[in-house]
Design a binder for this molecule. Structure first.
Ligand code: PMP
Length: 431
């Protein structure tokens, strides 16, 4: 079990892919740059497991970076997509599925009085900012260091996820003028936020926040931090925008806003609401969303937006989650896995900080509390890379970066977690 796995076919595909695509991948983190080794080319997913083209099976703690709350290829989603595909894959016209999914989302997220579907979290964030700017007539946008809101130009400032993984500075190709109105402050730094609003509050259109950060590893807000953002935004006439693309339906069945009891003006969703198909959504106060075309003058559109396959998949997933104990099992699996990592690290004398919130967990190889990007970045990234490889060889697939959260599903049964726990014990011992 601890012999290095054969990865010959993944290696051959990776070589071929690198001649075709930058880094051989469609999204940078997948190239395994920060952990080393060959990215595994995946043949299929089944429940909690991924199987690569060399026939190796892994317990998957990535779950496509969030969407797969029921695991890979759950019957409910597969049959909904197959059934819809036979009726057409795209109409360029409205369909009842959009109404059904919008109703379902709004019932779970009542703050989204109006919403619109897009094709990715990136589009959702970009459009939410445009709505906020259009509504307020202001340009400045506040974001937090290490938070990732997709790759729209103006939000690529001190971003997390792949930007942090690859240690990229603000990206070339993004004109300085485009990020000039993006104001970045450290997460959980109340004094910095107060100071910023005190100085420029009346020019701020929106403050965007991952209510629980998931793109610099998993980092919770300090008690009162989100409340402070709510208070300052209201006081200064800025909009509070929760980016729940990652945490939505995961940290709590009603998302972060239900978990914390805070109502944002605008919410961005993605991932889970598409059941593993490309999707995003943004929505919020009716008066803000009425700014969007065709009701209002702020333009935003999409050929494949509200795509019937994505709507069918999202609806099937959310219905199954509501009808079953799926969320609770996924959440239990996250807590059990985080505890297993803590025990394995303690036994091996490796300093670690672990946390789990609902169906997400994270850990840092560090001996200090992690509250912001600076403390996350001080964790031992070289040790994480070694651990990642040791775990792959033991059949556990973690996100290939210390700056990504880990995800569970209802397919992560106690037996699966026990199998992973054994791999963690052995990998930390070998670290
Ligand atoms: N916001 C957050 C909080 C995210 O985690 C992500 C993606 N991980 C995005 C936005 C961008 O979503 P997408 O990759 O679908 O464009």
């Amino acid at each position: 079990m601890t012999d290095t796995l054969s990865t010959a076919r993944s290696e051959a595909l990776f070589a071929e892919a690198q001649a075709l695509m930058p880094g051989g991948v469609s999204s940078p983190v997948r190239a395994f740059k920060s952990v080393g080794g060959t990215p595994r080319f995946i043949e299929r997913g089944e429940g909690a497991y991924l199987e690569d083209v060399d026939g190796n099976r892994y317990i998957d703690y990535v779950m496509s970076f969030g969407p797969l709350l029921l695991g890979h290829a759950p019957e409910a989603v597969v049959s909904a997509v197959a059934e819809q595909a036979r009726k057409g894959t795209s109409y360029g016209a409205p369909s009842p599925l959009e109404v059904d999914l919008a109703e379902m989302i709004q019932r779970i997220y009542p703050s989204m009085e109006r919403l619109r579907f897009v094709n990715s979290g990136t589009e959702g964030a970009m459009s939410a900012v445009r709505a906020a700017r259009g509504f307020t007539g202001r340009n400045k946008v506040v974001k937090f260091e290490g938070h990732y809101h997709g790759h729209a130009d103006l939000l690529l400032a001190k971003a997390g996820s792949g930007v942090a993984t690859l240690g990229l500075p603000d990206s070339p190709g993004v004109p300085a003028a485009v990020t000039a109105d993006t104001l970045v402050v450290p997460f959980n730094d109340e004094a910095a936020v107060r100071e910023l609003f005190g100085r420029e509050g009346d020019e701020i259109a929106a403050v965007l926040v991952e209510p629980i950060a998931g793109n610099m590893g998993l980092v919770r807000p300090r008690d009162g931090f989100l409340e402070l953002l709510r208070e300052l935004a209201t006081e200064h006439g800025a909009l509070l925008v929760f980016d729940e693309v990652m945490v939505g339906f995961r940290v709590h069945p009603g998302g972060a806003q239900a978990l914390f009891g805070i109502q944002p003006d605008v919410t961005i969703l993605g991932k889970v609401i598409g059941g593993g198909l490309p999707v995003g959504a943004y929505g919020g106060r009716a008066d803000v969303m009425q700014m969007m075309a065709p009701d209002g003058p702020v333009y935003q559109a999409g050929t494949l937006s509200g795509n019937p396959l994505a709507m069918a998949a999202g609806l099937a997933l959310l219905r199954e989650v509501e009808a079953s104990g799926a969320w609770q099992r996924a959440a239990d699996a996250a807590r059990e896995t985080a505890d297993a990592i803590q025990r394995a690290a303690d036994a091996a004398g490796v300093p670690v900080v672990t946390d789990a919130v609902g169906a997400m967990f994270g850990f840092f190889l560090t001996d200090e509390p992690v509250t912001d990007y600076a403390s996350a970045a001080r964790s031992d990234k070289a040790a994480f890379a070694r651990l990642h490889r040791l775990l792959l060889d033991r059949g556990v697939y973690l996100p290939p970066s210390p700056f990504e959260a880990c995800f569970t599903s209802s397919a992560h049964t106690p037996e699966v977690v026990a199998e992973a726990a054994e791999a963690f014990r052995s990998a930390f011992a070998a670290l």
